[in-house]
Every structure is written in structure tokens, then in C-alpha cells.
Design a binder for this molecule. Structure first.
Ligand SMILES: [Zn+2]
Length: 104
């Protein structure tokens, strides 16, 4: 399962190692992937809404858990899921709004 958090541009701050930050702009989408020039790991993406999308695995790899305040709030694209999730979070069938799972 892919767990991501999305932040406004001004909420994300690179505190160190900015010289190692590289990017790749996808030619067919408004999507830019920012990654570490040294190890290749994806650090975040910039999407068509200019949000900074950070994979939660970054935190789990280093801390062994998600930091406080990073708990999931909703499921997106649940209509394309590969497995069912049993929790009480809202499950949007597509994107960040629109119909919820179980509404139709
Ligand atoms: Zn690295």
C-alpha cells in the first residue's frame, strides 16, 4: 500500500543536503519527482496542484514509525485498490473528492 502525505509548497523545507536534491519532470504530466542525487531515493513529488507529496516510507525507514501528525486521514483512489482496507477512514473512489466507497 502506498501511503503519502501532501503539503503546501511553503510547508516543506529542505533543512540540509539541498545540493544533492535532483529532479525529473515527467514530459507527459504535470509531475516532478525530486530525489537524492547520491542514492536515488524519491524524497517527494510536486503534482499538478503544486502540492509536495511525500512518501511516508521515508519516515518509517528512518524512525520505524510515522511521526505524530502524520497519521492517515483518508484513502484516495479507493476505486482502484488492489486490496480492501478495514478501517473507519473515508475512502474516496477517485482523487480527493467525489463519491465515497459505499455511497453508490
Ligand atoms: Zn540519498
Amino acid at each position: 500500500m502506498l501511503v503519502l502525505t501532501a503539503w503546501n509548497k511553503d510547508q516543506l523545507k529542505i533543512e540540509s543536503g539541498e545540493a544533492d536534491l535532483a529532479s525529473f519532470s515527467y514530459p507527459d504530466r504535470k509531475l516532478v519527482r525530486f530525489f537524492c542525487r547520491q542514492c536515488g531515493e524519491t524524497l517527494f513529488n510536486s503534482n499538478r496542484f503544486d502540492l509536495r507529496v511525500v512518501p511516508s516510507t521515508l519516515f518509517v525507514k528512518r524512525l520505524g514509525r510515522l511521526p505524530a501528525g502524520f497519521e492517515p486521514e483518508k484513502h484516495l483512489f479507493y476505486g482502484r485498490r488492489v486490496l480492501d482496507v478495514s478501517d473507519s477512514l473515508p475512502k474516496y473512489l477517485e482523487g480527493v473528492d467525489g463519491p465515497l466507497f459505499g455511497e453508490l
